[in-house]
Design a protein around this ligand. Sequence first.
Ligand SMILES: Nc1ncnc2c1ncn2[C@@H]1O[C@H](COP(=O)(O)OP(=O)(O)OP(=O)(O)O)[C@@H](O)[C@H]1O
Ligand SMILES: [Mg+2]
Length: 140
Amino acid sequence: MKIVTNSEQETLDFARKFVLELKGGEVFLLEGNLGAGKSVFVRGVAMGLGVKKNITSPTFVIMKVYDVAKHDKIKKLVHIDAYRVEADDLFQIGLEEYLNDPETVVFIEWGEKVAKDLKKYKFKTIKIEHQDNLREINIQ
Ligand SMILES: Nc1ncnc2c1ncn2[C@@H]1O[C@H](COP(=O)(O)OP(=O)(O)OP(=O)(O)O)[C@@H](O)[C@H]1O
Ligand SMILES: [Mg+2]
């Protein structure tokens, strides 16, 4: 699936609708440079799932777990920023209990850093390329 957006709002709207594709248990690795829109995308997903708390960047917390209010199967949204950490750090703080858990969806920014350590799990990638306000979002 590939889509082009021209503003933050368009990315939020797309991510909000993307939630309709989710069944629970999905893990997404987000790839894209600084400022590509990875966090914006996850914020849109959070809106679509009815997460009440404000989604902030997990850069300093590494992993954030949000309660999902608006989905019949998904109960938790996990948002990770792997920019400054290794997969082992994530495993140490309990990531594995969430990976492919049917009641959870996981989004990992800078996911390419940990992809090789997640081989035993099922995951998809969301690649975002950007130029000015244009974002090309590729989900595979
Ligand atoms: N079409 C667009 N879609 C998403 N964001 C856009 C778009 N056009 C401009 N922006 C801006 O790009 C920035 C994206 O920031 P965001 O924090 O989501 O990036 P990021 O990929 O998470 O970066 P980092 O690696 O630093 O975490 C925001 O300031 C947003 O307003
Ligand atoms: Mg970010």
